[in-house]
Design a protein around this ligand. Structure first.
Ligand code: CP3
Length: 359
């Protein structure tokens, strides 16, 4: 594997080391807003075919990097590949979102779950990671990822996307022990899966807790955060003679950032509902921060995008430890040129801010 990394801004910022300009990447940077992504998906036949064919996953991962000077690639895959490998049977039908053929509907369904061997059932992901690293040739680092046990459990129990989460919340309040068994096996699966991604070449990893924000503070600690902390404690933290930073992101988790930072992760992802300057005062000396432009800003005119980027940079202030991102993923209706405006603005405006080196 080529160990030389030409642009290490992302890894440095995640470790709160000085950088020449703020690194930027975007959640869902490869996706439907790009016409070349839609074309690739049409040729591959389905979203799952893109994920399961390493050559397609590699091509799609690199698409946004061919357009914009992003400081990281993120593996093209989905958080739901893990439950699929656990036997739930994942499909994505057009416009319907994800669906499991065999959702968890009984104690027996949960008792039957086993931890999949990532190099067997998820070999296609590891092959994609290896291929992407080869094709990146050290241009920028590759981010691997997984879903949090709580977020995966919501999909596994609901059977797909949900409006009211009544099944998973019913389980939480009626049979917490059974939910803990599900979260425990899922946490083990995610730990092995992320470590396999790191062994295959992922240079940083991120855990997406998309639905942690629907919980009460107490339930968040017990059913979501606890299992993310368990995963953090089980991850490989060094590979190829470099630290492998870990990013935790709970959407809607603004009230709990101190607890998230205390898990031992390197960086915390923040959505747009909190002020980055305040977050920095709360936890910015322990961890790096990733975020947090409102994704809807990408619907605005280029000048407005530049202003809003400048605002997020100013909110964070000077000193190391900021990775620029949106507060959630790029939406499908966004004009790719606006993404170009954003990326250029982050580099330009942050490089002209005086001190990046001092905390
Ligand atoms: O960020 C990236 O560019 C990397 C790829 C990536 C995808 N999904 C590709 C994808 C990542 C990191 C994910 C994570 C993911 N998947 C999350 C957590 C992050 C978040 O968005 O909160 C969740 C909750 C999922 C589950 C999922 N996947 C849903 C609910 C959907 C349907 C909704 C939608 O946006 O269509 C998906 C599909 C999906 N995953 C698409 C992409 C590019 C769209 C598929 C398509 O129609 O082409």
């Amino acid at each position: 594997m080529n160990a030389t990394l030409h642009n290490d801004r992302l890894l440095r910022a995640l470790l709160r080391q000085p950088v020449d300009a703020t690194p930027v990447w975007l959640m869902r940077q490869a996706g439907r807003y790009l016409p070349e992504y839609r074309a690739a998906r049409a040729r591959a036949g389905s979203f799952m075919a893109l994920c399961q064919t390493p050559e397609w996953a590699c091509e799609v991962t690199l698409q946004p990097l061919a357009r914009f000077p992003l400081d990281a690639a993120i593996l093209f895959s989905d958080i739901l590949t893990v439950p699929d490998a656990m036997g739930l049977g994942l499909t994505f039908s057009d416009g319907e979102g994800p669906q499991f053929a065999r959702p968890l509907r009984s104690a027996a369904d949960i008792a039957r779950l086993a931890v999949p061997d990532p190099e067997a059932a998820l070999r296609y992901v590891m092959d994609a990671v290896r291929l992407i690293r080869r094709e990146l040739a050290g241009r920028v680092p590759l981010i691997g990822f997984a879903g949090s046990p709580w977020t995966l459990a919501t999909y596994m129990v609901e059977g797909g996307s949900s409006k009211d989460y009544h099944r998973i919340k019913g389980l939480l309040y009626d049979q917490p022990g059974l939910l803990h068994r599900l979260l425990e096996v899922t946490a083990q699966a995610v730990t092995l899966y992320l470590n396999a991604q790191i062994a295959a070449g992922a240079q940083a990893v991120m855990i997406f807790d998309t639905w942690g924000g629907i919980l009460t503070p107490r339930a968040y600690r017990e059913f979501s955060l606890r299992y993310m902390a368990q995963i953090v404690a089980g991850l490989t933290r060094e590979a190829e003679n470099r630290a492998v930073p870990v990013i935790l992101f709970t959407k809607g988790g603004g009230a709990w950032l101190e607890a998230i930072a205390a898990t031992g992760c390197d960086a915390v992802g923040v959505d747009w509902t909190v002020d980055l300057g305040e977050v920095r005062r709360r936890i910015g000396t322990q961890v790096a921060l990733q975020g947090n432009l409102d994704p809807a800003v990408l619907y605005a005119a280029p000048e407005r995008i530049r202003e809003q980027v400048a605002q997020v940079l100013a909110d964070f202030g000077t000193g190391p430890g900021h990775v620029f991102n949106l507060g959630h993923g790029v939406q499908p209706g966004v004009d790719p040129e606006r993404v170009g405006t954003l990326v250029a603005a982050v580099h330009e405006l942050s490089a002209s801010q005086p001190p990046h080196g001092d905390a």
